[in-house]
Design a protein around this ligand. Structure first.
Ligand code: PHE
Ligand code: NA
Length: 498
């Protein structure tokens, strides 16, 4: 290696970056809605079970692979066994695809910081979002670029490029050291404000009132596992890559536990903040929660919140806090996804950081602008997101657990590694979860999603559209993974290991 392997300046720097990656759009806009739809307060039970039985164990697996094999996903899996390199590239490709659309949502957030001040959405935030703003043409593919999305996307890609060029320590770590404390302050202020809104308590009531019968519903459990996977950023190379930049002498398991705990705390905080705010709206309009326009995903953030902002004293400031939080949380996640392909190219093709960054960020930028800054962006984004998360990430986690356990038979070795570099002992329970529990659950998740998607097109989109945008994307990811794994290493992979 020309430059020598990069490293975090300290374990604390790594921890902050790991939390920065985990805390993202998923915490703020995904968790509250998922929890509400899946039993409210009772959802916390499957959520905790999912965290303990799959989230934390796989997070530790990511850490141990990255730290032991000191490499990007392809390098680490290659060290596990020649045939396993393709899984590394699969994770790289998944990360790359996610990066291309994650930026779009960030671009919306940036725009909505400004819109909050001017209340640009006027009387009809729903019509404004899909109409004036996105100019959504539905499930067709068009080449009509929407300037209001194009330019913020370009801006974000330029900033991301600069950060990635600066590298692990001066780029990624430095950004997280500023952004994460700032995020806590901004979002903390938002939650406090929300709790003092009239009606806040009724919102919390709606959020936390447990519907215990939900626990008997299998889909609720699957939703909990899905949320945990997405939320912790596990099984698509991010934590593996980040852990590979840890100093040799590190305390792995406690660091992982702190990161996971911080992520879940932030998620809970977001649930409280969001539902307190929704409570205000429900009371102000004298309606029940079921009648609110939408509690999930883009609708929650870009339609419901604008509506609330318009009707609240001090709304513009509240809006700025909310969308700035979304932007900060999302940006620190974006740079973590970009590091996955960047590290992989640096290692496999003996590229400098600068060259790899230009290829990855440049490529992702062009693709993302081409695909998503047009009037067909929303449907494509929605479909790709669903397929990549419900199939790509879950299949990757499943393969990872199986390959490590039964293919390479390295689970005991990795367990020993964790224990050699942790002040807490990771025992047999960890191996049982990775070898048996996680694979069973993950297989169940894939199977369920598969059956669902064969019986009914996702979100009612036309079959041709789904086939191309959904299955097509997955197929492309798989092909790219296999092809790249067959290419010769430009430098011996074993050089990576000190
Ligand atoms: N963990 C992030 C969140 O909760 C999601 C994420 C997805 C992060 C992809 C990085 C990459 O929003
Ligand atoms: Na998260």
């Amino acid at each position: 290696v020309a430059e020598g392997r990069e490293q975090w300046s300290s374990q604390y720097g790594f921890l902050l970056a790991a939390i920065g990656s985990a805390v993202g759009l998923g915490n703020i806009w995904r968790f509250p809605g998922v929890a509400y739809e899946n039993g409210g307060g009772a959802f916390l039970v499957p959520y905790l079970v999912a965290l303990l039985t799959a989230g934390i164990p796989i997070l530790l697996l990511d850490y141990s692979l990255g730290h032991r094999y000191r490499g990007s996903a392809p390098a680490a899996f290659r060290r596990l066994g020649r045939r396993f390199e393709a899984l590394g590239w699969f994770q790289v490709a998944v990360a790359f695809v996610i990066a291309t659309y994650y930026t779009v949502i960030l671009a919306w957030s940036v725009r909505y910081v400004g819109f909050s001040v001017t209340e640009a959405w006027g009387e009809d935030p729903a019509g404004f979002f899909t109409g004036d703003f996105l100019q959504d043409a539905g499930a067709t593919v068009t080449g009509d670029v929407v300037g209001g999305i194009f330019w913020p996307m370009v801006g974000l890609w330029v900033v991301a490029l600069v950060v990635m060029l600066l590298g692990v320590r001066r780029g990624l770590e430095a950004v997280n050291k500023v952004a994460m404390p700032l995020l806590v302050v901004l979002f903390g202020a938002l939650v406090v404000r929300a709790l003092f809104l009239p009606g806040a308590l009724s919102g919390l009531d709606a959020f936390f009132t447990p519907n215990w019968s939900a626990l008997l519903d299998g889909s609720v459990w699957l939703a909990a596992y899905g949320q945990i996977f997405f939320s912790l950023s596990i099984a698509f190379g991010i934590m593996l890559t980040y852990a590979s930049y840890l100093p040799r002498r590190s305390n792995l398991a406690p660091t992982g536990l702190v990161a996971a705990f911080a992520n879940s705390s932030f998620e809970l905080l977001a649930g409280i903040g969001v539902f307190a705010t929704l409570g205000f709206m429900a009371v102000a309009q004298g309606v029940g929660f079921e009648e609110l326009p939408g509690l999930t995903g883009p609708i929650l953030s870009f339609v419901t919140f604008p509506e609330i902002i318009s009707s609240m004293p001090g709304g513009p400031l509240f809006g700025v806090l909310f969308f700035l939080s979304l932007t900060l949380a999302g940006f620190t996640s974006l740079i973590s996804i970009l590091q996955v392909p960047s590290a992989a190219l640096q290692e496999k093709f003996a590229l400098s950081r600068r060259a790899a960054t230009l290829v990855v960020v440049g490529g992702a930028a062009v693709l993302s602008v081409a695909l998503y800054s047009t009037t067909s962006g929303l449907a494509v984004l929605d479909t790709v997101d669903y397929y990549v998360n419900n199939f790509g990430v879950v299949i990757s986690a499943l393969l990872m657990a199986l390959l490590v356990t039964y293919g390479a038979r390295k689970l005991p070795e990795l367990n020993a590694h964790l224990n050699a570099f942790s002040t807490v002992r990771i025992g047999l329970w960890w191996r049982v979860l990775i070898a048996v529990v996680a694979p069973v659950l993950l297989a169940l998740m894939v199977a369920t999603a598969f059956v669902d998607r064969l019986s009914e097109p996702y979100s009612g989109y036309p079959w041709t559209f789904i086939t191309i945008a959904g299955w097509g994307t997955l197929a492309l990811i798989a092909v790219v993974a296999v092809v790249l794994s067959l290419v010769r290493w430009r430098r011996p992979v074993d050089d990576l290991i000190p």
